[in-house]
Design a protein around this ligand. Sequence first.
Ligand code: F3S
Length: 373
Amino acid sequence: MYLDKEEEKMLESENETISKAMELLVTLGKMFKAERLVRIKSAHISGISYDNIGDSGLEWIESLNARVSVPTTVNPAGMDLEKWKEMGIDERFYEKQVRILKALKNLGADLTLTCTPYYINKPSFGDHLAWAESSAVVYANSILGARTNREAGITSIAAAITGRTLYFGLHIKENRMPTVTVKAKGDLAAVGYIAGKELRGEIPYFIFEKKPSEWELKQLAASLAATGSVAMFHAEEITPEFRDFDVPKERVEVEGKLEKECNADLIAIGCPHASKEELEEILRLIGDEKIKRELWIFTSRRIAEGSRDLVRKLEKMGAKVYCDTCMVVSPAPDRFKCVMVNSGKALHYIPERRKCEVAFSDLKNCIRLAKTP
Ligand code: F3S
């Protein structure tokens, strides 16, 4: 694999963190037959909840001795940094999580603690990135036209330090060609959940019945990534590269209909993290009826701080707005029997990661249930 002078220097660096980071990229580059590396505009690190990585992950991050060389954002942690007690997180977990965050800060990462880094620093069309949050990868490739493969937590850290990632896969235009046409109708979180299972690793070209909102596309991206390891899609008349390739001849139809019920004692919205527009929609759906069950809404701290009035109104109606974390990477939902979600990604991961049951419905029904005693 070709390395320029600067990259050679990093490989030979006396700083072990830098040389190991470059060594990892070179080893993977050989494995994936990448001809070279590519400079990236940003990195996004995932897998930083203490619940995911435990003591061995914490010690590894603490052992790193370098600084990131490009803007680097970070995925949600295992708790809200301010309301962790209210969430039911214990002191030990809190302390371990704080150590992980301190180590990431020492690396120079921006502790955004969100899976929607594109709401904070939106990549431009054609930017090369090294992002490790699968839902954000699909969003960046498909909706923004940026270029990133699905990085692992560890390779995103190597990329953040070196400022490079492997030039292969979705960094190369011809690999972004759609492979199957999908006529879709119904709830897009459900469409993504169902289509992902059928279309593992494909690049779907969607034709929708009606134009979806931005957050519906975000839901679609997250579901596809969760059940199908999909890293990109095109959507006719919507996504920036849909005209660049022929429409695939193979066609399938998917109806987004997916109702999974339980007597939910927790309703959790915000997977991926809610945008300001979603917070507004939730408040509109709540109307003037108070919330009667636990309703947790997850968003990033930056969005919450920029929407203080909205957050206050949601809390006044009985909802709880949590930042820095989510219903999948935090152990907080474990004390509930069943959690109702409107996200295909949460529906997929909660049974794997949490101790509670999971149910699914669209946002409207989730809020209706939250208002039911
Ligand atoms: Fe984000 Fe957690 Fe869902 S990290 S995409 S809210 S599983």
